[in-house]
Structure formats: structure tokens, C-alpha cells
Design a protein. Structure first.
Ligand code: AMP
Ligand code: MG
Length: 354
């Protein structure tokens, strides 16, 4: 069995200079038209939440930009410590341990993530469900002991997957999973949430031109210092590391991508990836990659995961109805399609098929 976990943002979102592809993020600022000039700072590739993070800040001296990056990393570590399924003592583990038993007092960050995720789950008709954990666990994506479960096993955990059985109480700062055996997995939303909070923090600190790229969740503050927009490469889902099929310009906004190429294993010639249809407990079919652009990061992150499940038509409709989100989606035949408003709202060019 072969397991692949791409270094998501390394091969997934690629920055360019104004005209040429220069490769991965941490090289781009050095090779961009701004070059090595003063006022261009790149964090290089950092690791958090089991994925890659890089932050580019323009317009500040190195010392100030580095302090901003350090503050951002501190915030991400805090969000990770609260929401991870792998960090002992995280709020998520405490909530899971008390499923069906009692409400757990948690950090307001966790309440906010649960409440906003639940609202989006409703909008997505349950295609996004942050109680998907028992399914993810069965397929071995947590302990990396990958397996294809028997139908009976899947059927037995499906009743545990239901975001409506999560009670969040903002007044008392508590969360409770109502059924024993339920478990939270905030993996489909944590990166988008973190990018939103990091962009907020950087703006508060006076940053006016920055790009935050966190494992496929991207946030832009302003554009580049030379007045040009940030340019984001859209990965070819069947290409090699660094291969892209298009580019999207971004200023003051958010982009999130999901796909069947990010984490998967292969068995008997079939690809089994890390996103599941909460209705079936199996990988959805029909979409292999989606990139969502829009005005808020958490919602873009959720939508990108949900569109993998919803399929091209319903996914496109849901994204547009969610308030200003546009998408480009690649179906399993390799055909690329756009939401109707994408080209009016963004400068984007993508090959018509892969
Ligand atoms: P993303 O990379 O943002 O698309 O999120 C994928 C991650 O979200 C997976 O690794 C799982 O932890 C989790 N996940 C998988 N399927 C779903 C789903 N249908 N709804 C919510 N979270 C999911
Ligand atoms: Mg997501």
C-alpha cells in the first residue's frame, strides 16, 4: 500500500513573480520583481498542524517583519494546541473524551469554530460535517494504518456522524457531543480559521501587504508592495510537485483548495483520499480538486472541503449562495469549470482540462 501526503502548500499553492513562475513560496519573494530589495520578507517554510506555513510580508524592515511572523506563529501554535486531535490536553480531545457524558468548558476559539462550522454545515446540507472523525479513524488516517473498512464497519459508525448533535453554549463556554462515541475533527476548518486570525493579527500590527499560505488556505492582506496583486498558482492535481495548471490574482481576500491528491493511499489500483461523504462514510466521487475564493477564510476552507462532497453543480450553487464565494473545480474526467461569477470577480487563467 502506498501512502502519499504532499507537503500541501509546497506543491499546492505556488507563487509567481509578475510574469514568471519561480517555484515555491519562499523562493518567490527573493526572485520576484521586488527581488531581494528592502521591505520583502519571507518566513520560509515552517511546519504546523501537520502541514506547511509560509508568510510573506512586504513593506517592513526585516526586524519588524520577523516579529510579525513570530507573533503569527505563536497564534497558530495556540490554535493548534486547542484544536488538535494529536496534542494531549487539547480542548478537542477533552470534548471527545466526554462525548455523551457532559459539557466541557473550552476556549472561546473552540466555541467560535464549532458555531461557525455548524452554520456552514447547515448551508452545505451536511456535506461538511466536523463530527466525521469516527469515519476518518476507521480508514486509518489518524494513526496512518490505512485500510479499506468493511461495509458493516462503516455502517456502524455512521450514526455517530451528525453535527446537529453538538451542543455549543457560548454563554458558559461549553461544548458537548450528545452521543457517546462521537468525536470532533476540525481538520477541514482549522487552517482557514488560523489564516483568518493571522491576517487579523497582522493587520492590527500595522501590516498592509502580506500573503499567508497555510497548507492550501491562503489569505492576502492588500497586494504586493510594487502595486501588483499576489499571484497564486493552482496545482495540477495529477501533476508532479510544483506543476500548476493555472494562476489566480488575489488582493485582500482568501483562497482555499481541497483535493483528492493531498493525502491518500492506494490499494488495488484505487486511490483512497482523506475527504469523506458524511452520508456514506466513503470518499466522494466526481470532483478531484477545487479552489474557492471569497471574502472570508474559514468559510472558504469549509466550502472547498464541502464541494468535494457536493459535486460540481450543487457545490457551485452552494458556494455562490454562501455570499460571494467563487470556485474553479476539476471533475474526475479532468474537465475544468468555473462558477459563473469567478471570471467577473477574479483575474484567473486555468487550462481547460488536465
Ligand atoms: P481540507 O484539507 O480542508 O479539505 O480538509 C480535509 C480534512 O477534513 C480531512 O483530513 C479530515 O480531517 C476532515 N474531513 C474529511 N471529510 C470531511 C467532511 N466531509 N466534513 C468535514 N471535515 C472532513
Ligand atoms: Mg477545508
Amino acid at each position: 500500500m502506498k501512502y502519499v501526503k504532499s507537503l500541501a502548500s509546497i506543491i499546492f499553492i505556488v507563487l509567481f513573480s509578475a510574469l514568471t513562475v519561480v517555484g515555491i513560496v519562499y523562493l518567490s519573494s527573493r526572485n520576484s520583481s521586488v527581488g531581494d530589495s528592502e521591505g520583502v520578507y519571507s518566513s520560509g517554510i515552517l511546519f504546523a498542524m501537520d502541514t506547511t506555513l509560509d508568510i510573506t510580508i512586504h513593506g517592513l524592515d526585516e526586524k519588524a517583519a520577523k516579529a510579525d511572523v513570530d507573533a503569527a506563529v505563536g497564534l497558530i501554535k495556540r490554535i493548534e494546541a486547542l484544536t488538535s486531535r494529536f496534542e494531549a490536553d487539547s480542548d478537542v480531545l477533552k470534548i471527545n473524551a466526554n462525548a455523551g457524558r457532559g459539557a466541557v468548558v473550552v476556549d472561546p476559539i473552540v466555541i467560535e469554530m464549532v458555531e461557525r462550522s455548524a452554520a456552514m454545515s447547515g448551508i452545505c446540507n451536511g456535506a461538511f460535517d466536523f463530527t466525521i472523525a469516527p469515519v476518518v479513524s476507521l480508514w486509518g488516517f489518524y494513526n496512518k494504518e490505512f485500510r479499506v473498512p468493511a461495509s458493516g464497519e462503516i455502517d456502524s459508525v455512521l450514526p455517530l456522524v451528525d453535527y446537529r448533535q453538538v451542543a455549543a453554549d457560548k454563554g458558559n463556554n461549553t461544548v458537548m457531543l450528545l452521543k457517546p462515541g462521537m468525536e470532533l475533527d476540525l481538520g477541514g476548518v482549522a487552517k482557514g480559521y488560523a489564516v483568518e486570525k493571522v491576517c487579523g493579527l497582522l493587520k492590527e500590527r500595522g501590516v498592509e501587504n502580506a500573503l499567508v499560505n497555510f497548507g492550501g488556505a491562503v489569505g492576502a492582506i492588500g497586494g504586493r508592495i510594487d502595486g501588483e496583486p499576489w499571484v497564486i498558482g493552482i496545482k495540477d492535481p495529477r501533476g508532479g510537485a510544483g506543476d500548476i495548471i493555472g494562476r489566480l490574482e488575489l488582493e485582500d481576500g482568501y483562497v482555499s483548495s481541497s483535493g483528492d491528491y493531498e493525502r491518500y493511499f492506494e490499494k488495488d489500483g484505487l486511490r483512497y483520499f482523506h475527504i469523506f461523504d458524511p452520508g456514506t462514510g466513503r470518499q466522494p466521487e466526481g470532483v478531484i480538486a477545487v479552489t474557492v475564493a471569497g471574502p472570508s477564510s474559514l468559510e472558504a476552507d469549509i466550502l472547498s472541503t464541502a464541494v468535494m462532497v457536493l459535486g460540481v453543480e450543487e457545490g457551485t450553487r452552494t458556494a455562490e449562495e454562501s455570499g460571494g464565494f467563487e470556485l474553479v473545480v476539476i471533475d474526475s474526467s479532468g474537465t475544468v469549470s468555473y462558477s459563473p461569477g469567478m471570471k467577473n470577480n477574479y483575474s484567473i487563467t486555468v487550462d481547460s482540462r488536465i
